[in-house]
Design a protein around this ligand. Structure first.
Ligand code: ADP
Ligand code: ZN
Length: 438
């Protein structure tokens, strides 16, 4: 089996060599960006930094940050570093946290991006013998295009399904013997449910692996999807601004995602002070793309909270690993003064045997925050709870478990099966009505 996109000469390179390669690329890239990108030149000038001041990797911290606000301000062409005639594609963010931003690609940028996705597919056990079902949305969203391109590069037989039409997804998966499924984890959970509903058992399918990302998901969610689809589930991370999915990906160790360090430099900073934090500390993830042509961002603040580690990985890859991002700093809810992440709620629910279908509703009445969680019951749980008439006791038990995890008490509402809308892309877990009062 040819594993063209396991690239040991790069992926298992000694760390010192990776850093040297990054340094060479960074120095060139800073000069290129300064000369070709008026917006970033202005930021550098304002900070009093010239390309000549960046002499080694450690000098990276002298450069100014870029934020999503900069991208919105520079929309659409302000951060472009190549003439439009050199560009071949545009993608756009999902707009999860506000106005969408657009990113541009030259053919070379596309090739590198697809190569990153190809590495992710190979790391999940993919080869030219696989049938890869791409059920991320196609279109402006980078999920579909990225994994589609990666699948082609690996030589898999590609099923370009896009998201939605779930029964047809399952039908094709079965009829065409799909072996790898690529989609968001919330959609994978939904497909798992659909399979059961259609009376199909995981062992009736040929699926062996799933490559799931584009939104936060917990270890508990991973186990639940692995069980319902009978696969090994791999995480993949990325963002449109930096290229798309495949900025980092999981290997068979399933203990963090290797960042493609030959293309991206990752830093962790203190989100308050902007100071670079030492390895192993949690903070905001910042990326510099060191060989992109059309839309090269330096020190882009992702708002994703994360930890980096260089611990030796059993797969042999030496590229730094990032943990599952806990969520974006802007996913974090502050309820009655306490920080709450949706991922903490997901962990409690799945540990207690509930479904991953939930919704968090926060509001303010007078000066007091209200905090409600709608939790959908599985058919089985629903019958059990109603037969024993212990809905109240179950709710109380869940409130106590949430209190232990979060430090505050939500109101729990146990809902009938199938009452929460399923996600075909990124799930909407939170409705914060307080924003309406501001
Ligand atoms: P938007 O920012 O509008 O959602 P993107 O589609 O580019 O646009 O999404 C990128 C973001 O998605 C990342 O910054 C991160 O917050 C989230 N994300 C992507 N992959 C993962 C993952 N594997 N785990 C957690 N979050 C992820
Ligand atoms: Zn590894």
């Amino acid at each position: 089996m040819e594993k063209k996109y396991f690239q040991p000469e790069i992926e298992t390179m000694p760390v010192e060599e990776i850093k040297k390669l990054q340094e060479e690329k960074l120095l060139k890239q800073v000069k290129y960006v300064y000369e070709n990108n008026k917006y970033y030149k202005k930021l550098m000038d304002e900070k009093g930094v010239k390309p000549e001041d960046i002499k080694c990797l450690a000098d990276l911290s002298k450069l100014p940050f870029l934020t999503k606000n900069d991208l919105r301000e520079a929309y659409p062409y302000g951060l472009l570093s190549r003439p439009l005639s050199d560009c071949v594609r545009i993608h756009s963010t999902s707009g999860t946290t506000g106005k969408r931003v657009v990113a541009f690609y030259t053919q070379n940028d596309i090739d590198i991006w697809e190569e990153c996705c190809a590495r992710a597919i190979v790391a999940a056990g993919g080869s030219e013998n696989d049938v890869c079902q791409v059920a991320y949305g196609y279109g402006l969203f980078t999920g579909g295009a990225g994994l589609h391109g990666g699948s082609h590069k690996v030589g898999c037989l590609t099923l370009p399904m896009s998201s939605g039409n779930t029964e047809r997804q399952v039908q094709f998966m079965q009829d065409l013997d799909a072996t790898i499924l690529c989609c968001t984890p919330s959609y994978a959970a939904y497909i798992g449910e659909k399979i059961e509903e259609m009376g199909i058992k995981p062992e009736d399918l040929k699926l062996k692996a799933g490559i799931f990302g584009a939104e936060p998901w917990t270890e508990e969610m991973r186990r639940s999807i692995e069980k319902s689809l009978g696969i090994k589930a791999y995480d993949i991370y990325g963002l449109t601004e930096i290229s798309g999915p495949g900025v980092s990906f999981e290997c068979e160790a399933q203990s963090g995602m290797h960042i493609n360090e030959d293309h991206f430099i990752a830093e962790i900073i203190d989100p308050e002070t902007g100071e670079v934090l030492p390895e192993g500390q949690e903070g905001e993830l910042v990326f510099s793309s060191i060989d992109k042509e059309a839309f090269p961002l330096l020190r882009y603040r992702t708002r994703d909270l994360c930890v980096l580690t260089r611990e030796k990985c059993s797969c042999g890859r030496t590229h730094v690993k990032m943990c599952k991002p806990k969520g974006r700093s802007d996913d974090m809810l502050i309820i009655r003064g306490v920080n709450v992440f949706p991922s903490q709620i997901e962990t409690v629910l799945l540990k207690k045997g509930y479904t991953p279908n939930y919704q968090i509703i926060v509001d303010r009445i007078g000066n007091e925050d209200t905090f409600d969680i709608n939790v959908e019951l599985s058919e089985e749980n629903y019958k059990k709870i109603h037969a024993a008439d212990n809905e109240e006791a179950s709710e109380r038990d869940l409130v106590n478990a949430m209190k232990t995890m979060l430090g505050i008490r939500p109101k729990i509402h146990l809902l009938a099966p199938k009452s929460i809308v399923r996600s075909e892309g990124k799930a909407v877990r939170t409705i914060d009505k307080r924003k309406l009062h501001d």
